[in-house]
Design a protein around this ligand. Structure first.
Ligand code: FAD
Length: 310
């Protein structure tokens, strides 16, 4: 069984960024990655300074090379469980049964976007069914856009999407809009279509419109959908990390959880993190983690007679 300073579970922007900083800090680092980053269905990544428009996989391939250049190790695989190990460390078990032990754990496993169950919607995800106007809004600017209502905050979200087009329709379930919301939508010329969305209408490989339950098809080029974010946090919760009232694992600004030695960064603890902010959070966690390991090294050195110090 191998012993690492830090096992990083999840090799997306947050995990690889942390691995780069830690391997440059001469820590023995292992990244374990299941290879399914959240933005994998997107053809291009936007808003990352100096890398705008890059295919998401290219950023991660470059990141992996950089980590390996400094001696960081990367293993493709899914971690099934993690548990406290000997001497304050942790043991991680992969799906195939392989076990790894590490002094510290950094969990960067991201989140899942749970989509409404509307026929055609999942198939068009990241193509013309979109969620993040900052990621995709510019690419569909001035087109006929829609926003699927029905979730808390959806009207405000529509007001944000309005930044990218003058032709926006808000799809509302009957009886869900307040008078104030109607007035706000009308004030910025956002159309309202009330009814139940039955399915998306496609024309070859593109969205043509939204089919309502009254038979009417509302022509649209892209539909923005506020998804429900579900963190991939079972490794954190099974270790006993505290969770906030709204269900997200609590960390301090550097990614330290309530369980000593367990850290987290990126979308697994922050649904708002974009690629650049997930990478930044990974980097910040790595710097704090290295300092934590140094404190540990000092304690060990103090407890070790000088002639035994390596
Ligand atoms: C369709 C779409 C398009 C997007 N476009 C953009 C964009 O243009 N610009 C932008 O800034 N943001 C974009 N985002 C958001 C972006 O995907 C996230 O900000 C980013 O992926 C967060 O990075 P992360 O490292 O936290 O998580 P992820 O990138 O999701 O990485 C998590 C990694 O952990 C792995 N993992 C999970 N569980 C385990 C386990 N048990 N064992 C081992 N590995 C595991 C996963 O396989 C994955 O590789 C987009 C999101 C979506 C859904």
């Amino acid at each position: 069984m191998s012993q690492y300073d830090v096992a990083i579970i999840g090799g997306g922007a947050a995990g690889l960024s942390a691995a780069l900083v830690l391997s440059r800090a001469r820590r023995k680092v292992l990244v374990l990655d299941a290879g399914a980053p959240r933005n994998a269905p997107a053809t291009h990544m936007h808003g990352y300074l100096s890398r705008d428009g890059l295919p998401p996989g290219e950023l991660l391939a470059a990141g992996r090379k950089e980590v390996q250049h400094y001696g960081g190790e990367i293993v493709d695989g899914t971690v099934d469980s993690s548990a406290p190990g000997g001497r304050g460390g942790f043991q991680v078990t992969l799906a195939g049964g392989q076990r790894i032990s590490a002094r510290r754990l950094l969990i960067t496993t991201g989140l899942r976007d749970e989509l409404p169950d509307i026929p055609g919607l999942r198939e068009r995800w990241a193509r013309d069914v979109l969620h993040c106007p900052y990621c995709h809004g510019y690419e569909v600017r001035d087109r006929r856009l829609g926003v699927l209502g029905g979730t808390p905050g959806a009207v405000r979200y529509a007001q944000i999407v309005r930044q990218w087009t003058h032709d926006l329709v808000y799809f509302a379930r009957p009886g869900t809009l307040t008078a104030a919301e109607r007035t706000q939508l009308a004030a910025r010329a956002i159309g309202v279509v009330e009814g139940t969305v039955e399915h998306l209408v496609l024309d070859g490989d593109r969205l043509r419109g939204v089919q309502m339950d009254d038979g009417c098809v509302v022509p649209r080029d892209a539909l923005f959908v506020p998804p429900r974010f579900a963190p991939n946090d079972h490794l954190l919760t099974s270790l006993g990390c505290d969770v906030t009232e709204d269900g997200w694992v609590k960390t301090d600004p550097a990614g330290r959880t309530s369980v000593p030695g367990v850290w987290a960064a990126g979308n697994v603890v922050d649904p708002r993190a974009q690629v650049i902010t997930a990478a930044g959070a990974g980097s910040a966690a790595a710097i704090a983690l290295n300092a934590d390991l140094v404190d540990d090294d000092v304690r060990t050195a103090l407890a070790t007679p000088l002639e035994e110090t390596p």
